[in-house]
Design a protein. Structure first.
Length: 319
């Protein structure tokens, strides 16, 4: 299929609405390659609509399922919610989360669904960045709770990995007795967490399946992708362990927080991203921190999508 036309969707989710899936700079690059790039108009995206116009983009208020865009490669953060509008469409998504209903609908409507992580098998900067941010949030939050009662607002002030390392090295130069665990260190997220911890010269433990029942013993746990879905209940059962020390779980992949509804009636949001499940456990869903670093996230996402669109033809379908 000829993907000479691209349509960039807005996110349906408030915590993603400021992220630009393509930057104006990369839109200009695509138009110079001969692509027609349609940008759904937005009042919340970090780059204003006018910058896309100046870069050769075509602003539109028509939704992705309009007949005008039927032959476009449609780019979004997640699969669309308007599944009833699908018919022989092609979607490229940053997030690889899709329900069985969604996958079935794509297949039944002869539509195609591509995931960035599948298309690009190399180390993706977006996922590595998420690992860096997860590390900073987990360590900073535990430090704030146990030592200084510091807020996490400062975490969003860095622009580069080097600046973040400098900040964390200052905070944790005397980190000796605290323990760190990583669940699924094989994922792209896990590689980002390990890279940051290695740079900080901090020791950590890989939580293999046989060690999941010890998860309550760690000060910070990074859940990077639950590679043992059958153990989700076992992980949740440790929440109220009588020997639990005060700890922080950073749910990088979102695999655990989506199962917390029966334990905690509240949901984490971009305004209250920390769930205080009990007196000794805080859980942070990394999804809710995108607003802290929309510019650097946008640049990384856009670079990834630019590489996919310009270099991979035909795309390998996930559905």
């Amino acid at each position: 299929m000829d993907f000479s036309k691209i349509y960039v969707r807005n996110s349906e989710y408030p915590n993603k609405s400021s992220i630009a899936l393509l930057t104006p700079k990369d839109v200009r690059t695509l138009t110079q390659y001969g692509f027609a790039v349609f940008i759904e108009m937005s009042e919340t995206r970090i780059f204003p609509d006018d910058e896309y116009l100046d870069s050769g983009g075509i602003l539109t208020i028509e939704p992705w399922y309009s007949q005008l865009h039927h032959d476009c490669l449609i780019i979004g953060w997640s699969p669309p919610v308007e599944l009833d509008k699908l018919y022989q469409h092609s979607h490229l998504c940053v997030s690889n989360r899709a329900t069985e209903e969604c996958l079935s609908k794509f297949e039944n409507t002869q539509s195609s669904l591509y995931f960035c992580e599948t298309v690009l098998q190399s180390d993706l900067s977006l996922y590595t960045l998420a690992g860096y941010v997860a590390t900073s949030l987990g360590l900073s939050h535990l430090y704030a709770r146990l030592v200084e009662q510091r807020t996490l607002g400062e975490v969003g002030q860095w622009k580069t990995k080097e600046a973040l390392l400098k900040l964390l090295t200052y905070y944790f130069h005397d980190w000796k007795t605290n323990t760190i665990g990583i669940l699924d260190n094989h994922s792209q997220y896990g590689k980002g967490v390990m890279s940051m911890l290695n740079d900080l010269k901090m020791e950590y433990t890989h939580l293999e399946k046989s060690k999941i029942d010890t998860i309550h013993q760690f000060d910070v746990v990074f859940i990077c992708n639950n590679e043992y879905p059958e153990c989700t209940k076992e992980i949740l059962d440790t929440i109220y362990h009588k020997e639990r020390k005060h700890s922080v779980w950073i749910d990088v992949s979102g695999e655990i927080t989506k199962h917390l509804h029966s334990l905690c009636p509240r949901h984490s949001t971009i305004y209250k991203p920390v769930l205080e499940i009990c007196d000794t456990l805080d859980i942070i869903a990394l999804d809710n921190y995108n607003l802290l670093f929309p510019e650097i996230t946008s640049i990384d996402v856009s670079t990834m999508i630019l590489n996919i669109v310009t270099s991979i033809t035909p795309l390998q379908k996930d559905v």
